[in-house]
Design a protein around this ligand. Structure first.
Ligand SMILES: CC(C)(COP(=O)(O)OP(=O)(O)OC[C@H]1O[C@@H](n2cnc3c(N)ncnc32)[C@H](O)[C@@H]1OP(=O)(O)O)[C@@H](O)C(=O)NCCC(=O)NCCS
Length: 363
């Protein structure tokens, strides 16, 4: 019988680091991607190692990575443990995936026991994880586990859903994974742009840049990043405020700049106060064959209702198409209850291609 053991990786600093460390990281990523693609069948979501590695080195929140190996050294499962370092923060994120050909042999249990043990030893009391799902649309009824938010459900027959339920985790929220095939319909984008601009004018104006945030917007963007942790829908699984400073943002940008992609930021300025009130970020791969990932999008609560979300969205699409032609798609994740954001996405041509359940366990 195969003996399975858990190992923590010494995460390489860069892809030019010690080849042993790099090889272990490549194995980790391959298994992690394989476990997810087996569920959602979206190979576009697989990572390039050069893209993923910088995200493991968030200055104040480095990721810890784990693998399960067989006795011949093959990697059959991949896990991660992420925290914010601010003192007194109760929460942490765990993630795990088992290579499809080694599932149902207790490997997931071994890895989950280990990661939960790490969280306990670290004094964390609010644990979160996610499990990707196939696309089910507005499914409900028998065979589906509804989210307590009242929006969205996940199929009960999926391994991740069974596994987490069995371990006492509580299902909290669904994120929809949406995809916009590029090029988007230019007439639709233009019309939405004109409507959004008419609603936003004259109080707001749009700025956009690639790479480093211009000095004049650094504090403003740090505030928006901070508010991202409190103003985005999170079901009843509250996240503590995650404070961003200008220094932290610069370090974060420098880390991300090591990846073979360009960060495109679109932001809205409130003219009267000369402050930023909303932003969206798109990670554009240098390789034109790869999908653009749309990350955070936020309009501050007090500035909602002026179609600023629409404006951010369409300007982002226009900039990608003009400045980075040839990318096949833009992919984004949104809370299923975030109707304003889903309205924009649907209007512009995004379609749901999968989903992701967010789960919580309090100890
Ligand atoms: C979820 C996952 C990690 C489980 O890994 P695993 O090694 O197969 O899990 P185990 O063998 O330890 O299973 C433990 C229990 O989970 C439940 N379970 C796991 N897979 C199941 C399936 N396909 N159908 C029904 N129950 C299942 C069973 O109760 C199982 O116990 P049993 O085999 O004694 O009946 C794995 O299926 C996976 O990687 N899925 C894709 C990625 C994912 O969803 N990750 C999120 C989970 S946090």
């Amino acid at each position: 019988m195969t003996d399975y053991t858990v190992h923590e990786l010494d995460v390489p600093a860069t892809m030019d680091d010690d080849p042993e460390k790099v090889r272990a990281f490549l194995d980790w990523l391959r298994v992690s991607d394989a476990a997810e693609v087996d569920v959602h069948h979206l190979p576009e979501l697989s990572w390039k190692p050069e893209e993923y590695l910088p995200m493991c080195h968030e200055p104040e929140a480095p990721s810890r990575l784990f693998v399960v190996r067989t006795d011949d050294g093959s990697v059959v499962a991949a896990g991660s443990y992420d925290t914010k370092q601010a003192p007194g923060t109760p929460n942490c994120w765990l993630a795990m995936g088992v290579r499809p050909d080694h599932q149902r042999r207790g490997v997931g249990t071994l890895l989950a026991d280990h990661l939960e043990g790490v969280a306990r030893a670290d004094g964390r009391t609010q644990w979160k994880t996610y499990a990707v799902s196939r696309q089910v649309g507005p499914a409900s009824g028998p065979g589906y586990l509804p989210a307590p938010t009242g929006f969205g459900a996940v199929p009960e027959d999926e391994a991740g859903v069974r596994f987490l339920t069995g371990r006492g985790w509580r299902f909290g929220q669904v994120n929809r994974i949406s995809r916009l095939a590029l090029p988007a319909d230019p007439a639709v984008v233009r019309e939405l742009h004109d409507r959004a601009e008419a609603a936003a004018r004259p109080g707001y104006r749009v700025h956009s840049w690639t790479g480093r945030t211009p000095d004049e917007w650094l504090d403003g963007l740090a505030l928006l990043e901070t508010r991202m942790s409190t103003d985005a829908p999170e079901g009843d699984m509250e996240e503590p405020e995650d404070v961003w400073t200008a220094d932290r943002l610069r370090e974060h940008e420098e880390e991300l700049a090591r990846a073979p992609r360009t960060m495109l930021t679109v932001a809205v300025e409130h003219v009267e106060s000369a402050t930023l009130t909303g932003f969206t970020q798109l990670a554009v791969p240098n390789d034109p064959a790869r999908a653009v990932m749309q990350w955070d999008t936020l309009v501050l609560r007090e500035h909602r209702g002026h179609r600023l979300g629409w404006l951010l969205k369409v300007v982002g699409i226009e900039r990608v198409e003009q400045d980075f032609p040839g990318r096949p798609s833009i992919i984004t994740f949104n809370a299923e209850e975030n109707r304003p954001m889903l309205d924009v996405n649907e209007a512009v041509g995004f379609v749901g291609v999968g989903s992701e359940g967010i789960w919580e366990r309090r100890v």
